[in-house]
Design a protein around this ligand. Structure first.
Ligand SMILES: Nc1ncnc2c1ncn2[C@@H]1O[C@H](COP(=O)(O)OP(=O)(O)OP(=O)(O)O)[C@@H](O)[C@H]1O
Ligand SMILES: [Mg+2]
Length: 156
């Protein structure tokens, strides 16, 4: 499916956008987040968590590489993974994400080229700073371009 390109003007808009993406996700999905340091992957995950209605505060994992946020509404849990410090496939396998995958939406920051193998249902979210929008009058550093790609057979 061809990707959607969305310009997200600030943090609140990112959270709202991510919550909407979460509503299109289902158990078994893997959401691969890519984009440079500080692009907004964790901020996206925070909004995603509120859309999924899971408990707990989503933070940047420091020592904990994967964190589970339980559903408060009987829906899928959120498994939030930060693969930045992972050294390849073997370490990803060590996290044993397969065990939680079917009942969760698994969101993997820095997961590109690694986490796609976890599921046939992969949603790609690419976040970049929006240099094109630097002069638009909006807070310069807050604008982001988000490229969203749903699995091929999904209509959303
Ligand atoms: N439109 C926006 N969307 C997301 N974050 C934004 C936006 N505008 C400004 N920010 C700020 O950019 C920073 C993004 O940090 P965040 O931790 O979400 O990025 P990250 O991609 O997860 O970084 P890392 O690569 O270290 O994991 C935050 O300080 C946030 O407030
Ligand atoms: Mg992060």
């Amino acid at each position: 499916m061809s990707p959607d390109l969305v310009v997200v003007l600030d943090v609140d808009a990112m959270r709202t956008f991510a919550a909407d993406v979460a509503k299109g996700c289902r158990a078994g999905d893997v959401v691969v987040l890519s984009g440079p340091l500080g692009a907004g992957k964790t901020t996206f995950t925070q909004g995603f968590a509120s859309g999924l209605q899971v408990s707990g505060v989503v933070t940047s994992p420091t020592f904990v590489i994967a964190r589970v946020h339980r559903s408060t509404v009987g829906g899928p849990d959120l498994v939030h993974v930060d693969a930045y410090r992972l050294d390849g496939l073997a370490e990803l396998d060590d996290l044993d994400l397969d065990a939680s995958l079917a009942d969760s939406v698994t969101v993997v920051e820095w997961g590109e080229g690694l986490a796609e193998r976890l599921s046939s249902e992969v949603v790609h979210v690419r976040i970049d700073r929006d240099s094109d929008n630097a002069d638009s009058g909006h807070a310069v550093s807050e604008s982001r371009r988000v490229t969203l790609t749903w699995p091929a057979h999904r209509s959303r």
